[in-house]
Design a protein around this ligand. Structure first.
Ligand SMILES: Cc1cc2nc3c(=O)[nH]c(=O)nc-3n(C[C@H](O)[C@H](O)[C@H](O)COP(=O)(O)O)c2cc1C
Length: 274
């Protein structure tokens, strides 16, 4: 069985999950190709397609929707693999626009796998919780791989309130582009490492006349601000939601403190046996 995984990952969470799925599928004797949508890969024919993305504003990033719009018509199975910072059911309709396009092209939308991973925007999770999130995802991805390998079809349930939020936030892409113009670099803390400039997925950051410039093409992926070693990037009107610095995923402890925000949904997420 040939499986193609196409993913986008702003700060690495979705990549970790997609790569784990690849490894699990290979253990089940599948032939797996994994491609980063940032590199604008060509679609190559396969038996099963997996689209992996982080939930943004209760929806999917435009780079994923654009990829789907350019896919040829086909009748193969498609699964979604998504990560989000919170387990709220409001995230449940994030694949809505992808599904509409895929169905029109003949694809069989066969299921969705949702993993809660640490926030790269909104607030910072504790490292112990971050590592529990990754361990939980890795454990559940074994079942995910078996189900995809078996071609299981599971309907995706999308509550009305989730659909509503998805539609309401559909202007996010435009909002992020506009807000991208408001990004700036704090000269006092910037060390000129150019990490932001080199890693921006849309090459939206340039340096000239002794200054960093942010163009009109920001996706809002948070990568520049998240990975800035000196927290020198101001992310416009979203600056108060900024999260800076990678998580330590190496800790292994059961003493995990759940955030007060959406506590019940986190409890439910970790309790579910899959
Ligand atoms: C622009 C933006 C919007 C986001 N919107 C949501 C959201 O609606 N719901 C949610 O649970 N998490 C949201 N998040 C958090 C990410 O989905 C989460 O941290 C994800 O695991 C990041 O994956 P990545 O590292 O592959 O980019 C958002 C993050 C960003 C940057």
């Amino acid at each position: 069985m040939k499986v193609n995984i196409y993913y986008f990952s702003g700060t690495g969470n979705t990549f970790k999950v997609a790569e784990t799925l690849k490894n699990e599928l290979e253990l089940l004797n599948s032939n797996v190709i994994i491609e980063n949508l940032e590199n604008h890969p060509d679609y190559t024919p396969c038996d099963t397609l997996v689209l992996a993305y982080p939930v943004w504003g209760f929806g999917a990033p435009k780079i994923v929707t654009d990829f789907v719009k350019n896919l040829p018509c086909d009748v193969i199975k498609v699964y979604f693999l998504k990560t989000s910072g919170e387990p709220l059911s409001l995230n449940d309709a994030s694949s809505l626009s992808l599904i509409k396009v895929l169905k029109k092209k003949g694809y069989m939308v066969s299921g969705e796998y949702h993993y809660v991973m640490p926030y790269n925007m909104v607030f910072r999770h504790e490292d112990t919780l971050a590592s529990k999130m990754l361990l939980t995802a890795k454990e559940r991805l074994k079942t995910c791989a078996k189900e995809i390998r078996a071609g299981l079809i599971t309907p995706i349930s999308m509550p009305i309130k989730a659909r509503f939020m998805n539609r309401l936030c559909s202007i996010e892409d435009l909002g992020m582009r506009l807000n991208g113009n408001l990004y700036s670099v704090n000269k006092n803390s910037c060390i000129g490492c150019n990490k932001c400039l080199k890693n921006c997925p849309t090459k939206n950051i340039t340096f000239h006349s002794g200054k960093y410039h942010f163009g009109n093409n920001c996706m809002g992926c948070a990568r520049c601000a998240f990975h800035c070693p000196t927290n020198a990037i101001n992310t416009g009107i979203l600056n108060f939601l900024k999260v800076n610095g990678p998580y330590d995923f190496t800790l292994k402890t059961d003493e995990v403190k759940l955030p007060n925000y959406c506590k019940k949904s986190y409890e439910r997420y970790f309790k579910v046996e899959k």
